[in-house]
Design a protein. Structure first.
Length: 445
């Protein structure tokens, strides 16, 4: 997700404080790896640190008022010395309140424009905050409207969209302005599947040596550093070894092992831990403008991944969970005539080309969380809240069917599923094998 507006950094504030207390003198650390699960605030922390490094004053964390800091106050304005790369399918996030204030319109009118954005194909999907003047709206942009057709094009070309917007700004100025704001919030650079060596050369290596435009420093944030090809990582080594004195580079990734040891050894690695569930649920409440119960639901089904929590479509999730629960209840005396259907269901949702692939909740995740709930019930951890609190009675009924060992056995098989899917094994085969192994391994009733 993009940004700047959550008032607190929740549990990562100690990391930021540690970073900004370091003197930005000549011998300071300039290259970092921020590592931790997806969607928990690594990029937000990186951006906060960027604000600190780029501020005209020496105020810790950034003064908030100087020319440099001012660009951080609006999600649609860019700092010329902050270069952020992120995957294209990451939604652009805009705070509703700022949008309403800038456009000087009411919430209701804004919501009607949101509907038009999707109808007229300006965006491919919207994950709106609940009505009211708070929360974040997430938009999935239409790549063709801002990038040249070439698949390697990573810098947005605002000229393309400006041309299309001309007549609209004239006839429907508010609507046109909304489109313009959304599209000006795209990051400085995006990539589709991987970051190749040519891209890294032209977008990073050739640019690090250039003088900053506005501030005293220059920051490169590379979200999804695991998407760097081996060649690209090798090409970066020299830059990471000896960055120009005013340049900072932050590589962000959930997978440290996808970075070469030679890359890792040149950077200072900072580990981020997932948000505690009460913290993530408070944050979701703020960002989605939703009541506590809804926030708890979103928090629990997304295991601390805030972006996922904001984009999960409740209805789709409920349907999938219901199917997964049905399969679970039949495992002990499995009717094999169901095998083809069940496999198809599990595999289709695993490989479904959703608009934001990484944010979809998978059957594996649902099964895992239900199994955990079952364990909590069996081990009578009364103090722990169930993740699927809303169907606790159903889960309690299923819990009676399985022993603790059964649950652990299924969980172990699920790990294998995840491992195989991560290694691009055909989902159909993976789930079929899972169902066969689990049903034949469990004691018969
Ligand atoms: Zn400042």
């Amino acid at each position: 997700m993009n940004p700047f507006y959550t008032a607190t950094l929740h549990q990562h504030s100690h990391i930021l404080n540690q970073l900004i207390r370091t003197n930005l003198g000549e011998r300071t650390q300039q290259v970092f790896i921020f590592c931790g699960p997806a969607g928990i605030g690594k990029k937000t922390t990186a951006l906060r640190y960027a604000r600190h490094c780029l501020c005209d004053t020496t105020e810790q964390g950034g003064c908030g008022h100087c020319r440099s800091c001012a660009t951080f106050n609006y999600p649609w304005s860019h700092h010329p010395d902050l270069i952020v790369f992120q995957p294209f399918d990451e939604p652009v996030a805009l705070p509703r309140k700022q949008m309403l204030a800038t456009l000087q319109i009411e919430d209701e009118e804004y919501l009607s424009y949101q509907a038009q954005l999707e109808q007229e194909n300006w965006v491919s999907n919207i994950f709106p905050a609940l009505p009211g003047e708070a929360g974040l709206d997430l938009f999935l942009l239409n790549r063709d409207l801002i990038y040249d057709k070439s698949p390697t094009s990573i810098f947005p070309n605002h000229g393309i969209i400006d041309k299309q917007l001309e007549p609209i700004l004239e006839n429907r100025p508010v609507f046109g302005s909304i489109v313009r704001h959304i599209y000006s919030a795209v990051p400085s650079g995006t990539y589709v599947r991987s970051l190749k060596v040519e891209t890294v050369r032209s977008a990073i290596i050739d640019k690090v040596g250039q003088k900053p435009y506005m501030s005293k420093r220059k920051i490169f944030i590379l979200d999804g550093a695991d998407k760097l090809t081996i060649g690209a990582q090798n090409a970066l080594l020299k830059t990471l070894e000896e960055p120009p004195p005013s340049t900072f580079i932050i590589l962000i990734t959930p997978f440290l092992n996808k970075l070469l040891p030679t890359v890792r050894s040149r950077c200072r690695t900072i580990l981020f831990t997932p948000l505690a569930s009460d913290k993530s649920s408070t944050l979701i409440q703020d960002l989605h403008n939703c009541p506590e119960l809804e926030a708890r639901f979103r928090s629990s089904v997304s295991s601390g991944n805030i972006q996922k929590a904001l984009t999960v479509v409740r209805e789709e999730f409920l349907i999938l969970r219901q199917r997964v629960m049905q399969i679970l209840t039949t495992l002990l005396s499995y009717p094999y005539r169901q095998l083809a259907n069940d496999t198809a269901l599990l595999a289709s949702s695993a490989s479904r080309k959703t608009k934001i692939e990484a944010q979809t909740i998978t059957p594996v995740e649902i099964l895992e969380s239900v199994l955990l709930d079952i364990l909590h019930i069996k081990e009578a951890h009364a103090e722990l809240k169930l993740m699927h609190e809303d169907i606790s009675e159903k889960i309690a009924k299923i819990a009676v069917l399985f022993s603790v060992n059964d649950v652990l056995f299924i969980a172990e098989k699920l790990n294998e599923v995840q491992f195989r899917l991560d290694n691009n094994v055909n989902p159909q085969w993976v789930y079929e094998r899972f169902l066969i192994e689990v049903t034949s391994g469990l004691p018969k009733t």
